[in-house]
Design a protein around this ligand. Sequence first.
Ligand code: C2E
Ligand code: MG
Ligand code: MG
Ligand code: MG
Length: 279
Amino acid sequence: RAKTGGRNCFSFYDPALDRELAERRSLAQDLRSALADGHLSLHYQPLWANDGTTLLGYEALMRWRHPQRGMVPPAEFIPLAEQTGQIEALGAWALQRACLEAASWPAPLHVAVNLSAAQFRPTHDLVRVVERALEVAGLSAARLELEITESLLMSGTDEVLRTLGGLSAMGVRIAMDDFGTGYSSLAYLWRFPFDKIKIDRAFTSSLVHDAKVALIVRSIVSLAHAMGMRVNAEGVETEPQMAMLQSLGCDELQGYLLGRPGPAEALDHRKVEAVNTEA
Ligand code: C2E
Ligand code: MG
Ligand code: MG
Ligand code: MG
């Protein structure tokens, strides 16, 4: 019993947990040199207009090819980078890389870059980081879109809203990613004028089998349009999903059916097949 003190109080040792911690530490250590060693890259997934054939741009998605472990998924290393304070450096690199790449694409194709909450820390000066990335690349602000998630707005400071306002004023577009999966999504729609809402792929995957989901998507689209926002549907994997999202009025479609993320060298701005390079 805790009350009596003694050895039993310290009997929480769990070798499995210990291994996991060591594992995470070693991964975090490797991540520290991944950028300098050239093991990080960006893949690009095409974004299509409602017709499914007009290319609008690409979303940049970070990739880490670990020399021993192979590809480490972003769902694993992005949170790690956030916890270890490395995300500011990785994020700034991704912004610069994506802008340089996009500058070589035919206008008006745009690039969408994901941002983490840590990049909004006042000391990081995100507006300046974005400004510089555009300047160095010679890319017009109108061809850059930044994707943020609700968790950022949940931290809810005026500072975040000011930074978003600054980016918006530069002409950069702001999209809310993974819409509908977090808490009180609707509350944020009047606090900041997003240019785009990206409906999470959880909706896309259950759309065809559940009439309620179609109603929800229809409502999101009509609300978004009434507020002057465009709507992207993520995770389109089948023809029936695409047909449904088209008829529901989604402005932008994205998913494996229309193109997987692929390396910059493999992008063919006219052909769908050419971007299907990621296994
Ligand atoms: P996200 O921003 O929502 O990106 C979409 C994710 O869905 C990507 O996963 C993409 O490969 C995947 N996807 C696209 N189409 C389909 C589909 O039809 N079916 C399925 N099942 N998945 C599809 P990925 O590349 O593994 O990235 C996961 C998450 O990691 C991203 O979600 C984003 O939140 C984060 N992330 C990726 N790159 C960056 C980055 O440069 N910076 C930050 N801060 N986060 C990033
Ligand atoms: Mg995204
Ligand atoms: Mg998303
Ligand atoms: Mg997502």
